[in-house]
Design a protein around this ligand. Structure first.
Ligand SMILES: [Cu+2]
Length: 298
């Protein structure tokens, strides 16, 4: 086996995202023009002194744009303290002060657009752009748990001050069979089948991948790591930088088709789409297992 199994969901603690909110390449100019040095970052006091080898700890803290404070979420259901007997927890979330747009995710910041992250017991499950979603209880032990929703900017930096969390009790009437390590013996791999190199893409388009020796599983997002099971991320132009390279992540896929969009990318520009295998805790496999294709925006 070439890759290392990682149980890394704790690396994705929400605070880390705040800590790593600075851009990678345009940091200097962006900070110079948008930073307000006299007022501290809104979430700075919440940021823990957490460091990890997988994050770029040399990156200075950057204040969130002013509009971030106005990005709010309301969780209309379920009610706090509810007992969940099904194996999914449905969420009903309303956004105010911004438009939910996964098309903008991983792209440059744009006032008025963002998405939200769902966290189970503090571990990132997924990014969401719809008002109704759900969290699977696959590989979740019965008992007390929390789910949180937090507004996120296009670069996935979380507006921690506007996080909403609720506690619930998971008491399944028919518990799911636990999923264990995969029995795969080959090396995992991923290929991008579509688009083809050099293809011109415009508007909505699909990225189709082929994955071998690695089980894609949506229900295990944010759950403890398992050998040979996970999902993939799709990034644009870069997989490095803080937040495990997530600032340029368009989204995550657990089926072989990922719906992408050229929204937020300039017409005529050329970009590299990168699909990389990640574990349940969203850490890219190490060493990286990825595929890329260069496309032009029509
Ligand atoms: Cu992920």
């Amino acid at each position: 086996m070439k890759h290392i199994r990682r149980t890394s969901s704790v690396l994705f603690g929400a605070g880390l995202l705040v800590l790593a909110a600075c851009g990678s390449d345009s940091t200097t100019s962006a900070a110079a023009t948008t930073a307000t040095p006299t007022s501290p970052a809104p979430a700075a006091t919440d940021a823990p002194a957490v460091t990890d080898a997988s994050t770029d700890t040399t990156m200075p803290m950057m204040p969130m744009p002013d509009y971030a404070a106005g990005m709010k979420l309301t969780l209309s259901s379920p009610a706090a303290g509810v007992t969940v007997t099904d194996n999914t927890v449905p969420l009903s979330v309303a956004a105010a002060g911004f438009e939910l747009s996964c098309d903008h995710a991983g792209k440059p910041l744009a006032e008025g657009f963002g998405h939200y992250h769902v966290l189970l017991d503090g571990a990132l499950v997924d990014m969401e752009c719809t008002t109704d979603t759900s969290v699977s209880m696959q590989n979740v032990a019965p008992g007390e748990h929390t789910i949180a929703v937090v507004p996120a900017l296009n670069d996935h930096a979380e507006v921690m001050d506007n996080e909403t969390e609720f506690a619930f009790t998971y008491a399944p009437t028919s518990p799911l069979a636990e999923i264990a390590d995969a029995a795969t013996t080959g090396d995992p791999s991923i290929k991008i089948v579509s688009p083809k190199p050099g293809e011109v893409v415009n508007g909505d388009f699909d990225i189709v991948v082929e994955v071998s020796n690695y089980d894609l599983n949506c229900d295990l997002y944010g759950k403890p790591g398992l050998f040979g099971i996970g999902h993939y991320h799709v990034n644009v132009d870069s997989t490095s930088g803080p937040m495990m390279g997530m600032m340029t992540m368009l989204g995550m896929g657990c089926t072989t088709t990922f719906h992408a969009s050229t929204v937020g990318l300039e017409s005529g520009s050329t970009h590299t789409l990168i699909a990389l295998l990640a574990d349940n805790g969203h850490a890219p496999l190490m060493p990286a297992i990825e595929a890329s294709v260069e496309v032009t925006v029509g």
